[in-house]
Structure formats: C-alpha cells, structure tokens
Design a protein around this ligand. Structure first.
Ligand code: FMN
Length: 424
C-alpha cells in the first residue's frame, strides 16, 4: 500500500508565501490566536490537554500538562521557549516549519504564552539556521507593528514579546536544561532534574520549553477543537508526525502523516522512492540517530510510538534513517558514535568517557584490530552509560551500537582478530 500524507502543520508549506502576514491572514492565520485571547488561559490549556497532544521534540511529554504545571507556578514573570535547535541526526522537520510556515509557529508560541502566563518568549535557533533566524527577526518586528506581539496583543490586554537567540550549533544545546544554560550565556550542559524548568527555568523563573512542531500543532487544536484533533491518528497516539526520510534513499524527504497510517516500508517507498541503489532496505533508525536500529523484518511496523517501541526502537524525532543492503552496520555505528562523541557536553563521566571508549573500540573493529572480548566490553560500556548518564543524550547514544550488536552480531564478529588459540 502507498503511504498517504495528512497535512495539518505542513499544509501551508510551499502553498502560502511563508513570511507574508497578509497571505497568512488570508489563509485563516491568526484566527486561533483571536479565539485563544477570548478564552481564559485555563480553558486554552484544558483544550490542549484534552487533545492529547504530546511533545514532538523527542521525549513525548503531554503538552497540556506541561502548560498546566507552568501556569500553576506563582512568579512575577515567566518564559515560553520555542526549541528550534534541531540537532538530531536525520531530522529536518522543524526547519521545514520554521521556514515554510513561520507565522504558524509564532502563533502557537503566543497561544502557549497566554496559556501559561508567560510575558517573555525566546526562540532558540541552531547556528545552522542563521538565515532563518534573521528572517524571524524581521517577522517579529512585523508582528509587533501588527499588534500580534507587544504589550497589548490585539487589544486583549495580554502582553508577550519574543526574542531570537542563536545557539552555537551544538546538539546538546537542544536538551532543555542545556538550552536554558546557553540562553543565560553559560556553557550548554544539562543538569539534574528536579527542579524542572516549569518550576525553575530561565533566569530561575518558571519556563515552558516546547518544540517547534509541538507549537505548530497548537493553532489548529485551538481553532478546530480537541475532538477534531483526537479524530486523527491512533487512540493512544494522536495527530500527525512530520517525518524525515534520509540516508540511503533516492530522495530525502520531509512529509506529514497521520500517526499509524503507514508503515516504515510504505513511507520509504512512497515518499523517498525506495533505496538509493534499489537494493532492499537492510535496517532503519526510525527516530533519529540516537534511536535503536530495526532490521528489515520490522519494516511493516506502523509509524507510531507504541508500535515502534514494541519493535525495539523509539519514534523520537521521527527522523527515519535508511540503510540499504551493502551498507556496513559497523560503519553506521561508527558514524553515530563519532557524532555523539563530538557532541557530548562532558558534564557527566559515563557520557564523557563512554563515547570516547566506545568509539575507540568500534574503530578497532572497523580496522580489523579488535579482539573477541572487545564486543562484550562495548556492550558493558554501552549499558553502563545508558543507565548511569544523567541526561537523555547519555542515556540514548549507546542505543544504535547496542542494537547493531544485537541485530547484526556477525558483522562485528567477522571483523575481529582471531583469538590466539583459535588459530592453532
Ligand atoms: C541531547 C538532547 C537533545 C535535544 N534536542 C532537542 C531539539 O533539538 N529540539 C527539541 O525540541 N527538543 C530537543 N530535546 C528535547 C528537549 O529537552 C525537550 O524535551 C523538548 O524541547 C520539549 O518540547 P516538547 O515537549 O514540545 O517536545 C533534546 C533532548 C536531548 C536529551
């Protein structure tokens, strides 16, 4: 069967000129904001809560609950941060929305700010998005002139201002605590939670951090209602996911699909034209570079959180990285580890040391110089990092290696130096 697109957050992309407010308004833009301003903040939060929307930044935290937790805090000021760092390997969904329908994201931010009671907003861009950030600066000025941002938005009495912040292009800066540290001018490193950012976030104030795609979903939920949103996707996993197809595919593509509506195989074939060489798919990472590999026998898995988890991986950022037959899994594991090793913030020892040791061993395997015991060592270090690292990155980076060892052990074993007594 072919995969079918369901366009909600991407419906204006490539159709409505992106940074053009008039065009946005002519296409029903700002209606949700007007509606939200006529509702109480608690009613807006309740609608989002009822919709079942969960965060699209990777962790899948319920959005309405996060808003409620932030709103509950008493403070003289609060922040709403849009996380536009998007450093995960094989993931380009947020970029599509930031440049393809930026007014939608800003509208989502403003509604979120109203719901949680934030007067200040920040959109934090990855350095690689510098030119998009410059366009956002201009858009924010236009929004202030149009009374869509400022001290009295659309005459409602609600005030919200947004600043653009440009990061240094570090993967860890997308992790919410590291992101907050980076905005405060400190080195981007994670910290232990609690307290959570909703309690003690940017400059010590209650802060709601949401992903771009999460916020992009908000205007439609507010305008069309939670019941409408609940009619899309699966009972326990609602709405759409903006998937990125990359790796050994004919065409790299970003597409929006209703949760559970198509399988990995269907999406790869329909949207990306199949594998680059036409050879069968050997493996995929369905949720970006930190997700576990799935072998070809899992390609019939629907693109949905629970189904992917049952198959042995995670949907994460829905960055589906494809590996075709002939692609060495050892090489793939080395590429992942090189990236995450470079990106480790170094704050906690398991991640700081584990990434280096695991990469060393993997490179020995790649060069045909590793001893038989090396694979067990690789597994032990991987498990230790996964259970003892303090942030999501350290807990996740061993996944590709551990899953590769589990699914394709012979590829690693065939590259080992024979044990000394095995040659006699
Ligand atoms: C290493 C690491 C990198 C992350 N990078 C991003 C990112 O680039 N964008 C993002 O939205 N969330 C990222 N996250 C998740 C954030 O910490 C946070 O959960 C998210 O921004 C919350 O938004 P959501 O609830 O709308 O998903 C990352 C997490 C980790 C552990």
């Amino acid at each position: 069967m072919s995969a079918v697109e369901t366009k909600i957050v991407t419906r204006r992309v490539g159709v409505v000129p992106p940074f053009d407010l008039e065009a946005y308004r002519a296409d029903s833009g700002c209606r949700a904001l007007e509606k939200a301003l006529s509702m109480t903040p608690a009613a807006v939060t309740e609608e989002v809560k009822r919709s079942g929307l969960v965060g699209r930044g990777g962790a899948g935290f319920p959005t309405g609950l996060k808003w409620e937790l932030t709103a509950r805090e008493e403070a003289e000021s609060k922040y709403l941060i849009c996380n536009a760092d998007e450093g995960e390997l094989g993931t380009h969904k947020d970029q599509l929305l930031l440049e393809g329908d930026p007014w939608r994201v800003l509208e989502g931010m403003t509604i979120a700010a109203r719901a949680v009671g934030a007067g200040k907003g920040i959109i934090y861009f990855n350095e690689h998005f510098r030119s998009i950030a410059e366009q956002w600066e201009e858009m924010i000025r236009a929004a202030e002139q149009a009374s869509l941002l400022g001290d009295d938005i659309l005459g409602s009495g609600f005030g919200f201002r947004v600043k653009v912040c440009l990061g240094r292009g570090l993967y860890i800066a997308g992790e919410e605590m590291a992101l907050i540290a980076s905005i405060e001018g400190r080195r981007p490193t994670s910290r232990d939670k609690p307290p959570f950012p909703t309690q003690h976030g940017l400059f010590g104030l209650p802060t709601c951090v949401n992903n771009v795609e999460t916020l992009a979903n908000v205007p439609d939920i507010v305008e069309r209602g939670a019941d409408w949103f609940r009619s899309i996707g699966l009972e326990d996993d609602l709405g759409t996911r903006v998937i990125t197809l990359s790796g050994d595919v004919k065409e790299e593509r970003v597409r929006e699909v209703a949760v559970g509506s198509s399988t990995l195989a269907e999406a790869i074939e329909t949207f990306a034209g199949g594998t680059r060489s036409g050879r069968p798919v050997k493996a995929v990472q369905p949720g970006g570079g930190t997700s576990a590999f799935l072998a070809a026998d899992a390609l019939d898995t629907p693109i949905a959180q629970q189904a992917i988890a049952r198959a042995g991986s995670s949907l994460g950022t829905a960055g589906i990285i494809v590996y075709e037959e002939g692609h060495s899994i050892v090489d793939a594991a080395v590429s992942c580890m090189e990236y995450y090793g470079r990106e480790s913030c170094g704050r906690c020892a398991p991640c700081r040391i584990g990434t280096v040791r695991m990469l060393e061993i993997l490179k020995q395997v790649q060069a045909g110089q590793a001893r038989p015991g090396s694979l067990d060592q690789l597994r032990r270090i991987g498990y230790a990092c996964a259970v003892s690292s303090t942030c999501g990155m350290g807990q996740a980076f061993p996944e590709p290696v551990l899953s590769a060892l589990k699914l394709f052990p012979e590829e690693f074993e065939s590259q080992l130096v024979a044990a000394p007594n095995a040659t006699r």
